[in-house]
Write a protein that binds this ligand. Structure first.
Ligand code: HEM
Length: 124
């Protein structure tokens, strides 16, 4: 697969990741049973794995070891961690809602890092 195809895969996975996250966070805050559905539980992991693997592949193909790439990897891990509080570990709907908002902000930060190729993201 060439660079552009992997980049397209990466951006598609990123779009699906945040779309599914917002929907699942809504179900989590409203305590919907759909959240326990097998597909709803597994699909996001598949998407996030594709997102990460495609990102790492792009980084390797670029051959450059720049700070913004490291920042994206770390921020993606934080996004997944805070996201799992929103979906799973948050005890009250309020905790889960706050975690969901923080995760969405982290995601917006990562998109800013991707576009500016700088850790300051939208604040550049
Ligand atoms: C939530 C996580 C992520 C999001 C939302 C995201 C988003 C994006 C977007 C929108 C682009 C396209 C930028 C452009 O068109 O100029 C991009 C490109 C890229 N991303 Fe990510 N990314 C994420 C995670 C990662 C990770 C973890 C890595 C590295 C391990 C990574 C490495 C790259 C690289 C190398 C490019 C190619 C830049 C280029 O060729 O212009 N991304 N990402």
């Amino acid at each position: 697969m060439n660079y552009l195809a992997i980049k397209h895969l990466h951006v598609t996975a990123a779009t699906l990741s945040i779309l599914f996250f917002v929907i699942r966070a809504y179900w989590s805050v409203t305590e919907s049973a759909i959240l326990q559905h097998r597909l709803v539980k597994t699909l996001p992991h598949v998407i996030d794995t594709v997102l990460l693997l495609a990102g790492v592949t792009l980084a390797a193909m670029m051959g450059a070891n720049q700070p913004w790439i490291l920042v994206k990897i770390v921020a993606l891990i934080v996004y997944i961690g805070v996201g799992s509080i929103a979906i799973k570990y948050g005890k009250t709907p309020k905790t889960r809602a706050i975690a969901a908002l923080v995760a969405i902000l982290i995601f917006a930060y990562i998109v800013g890092v991707a576009l500016t190729k700088h850790p300051l993201s939208w604040f550049l």
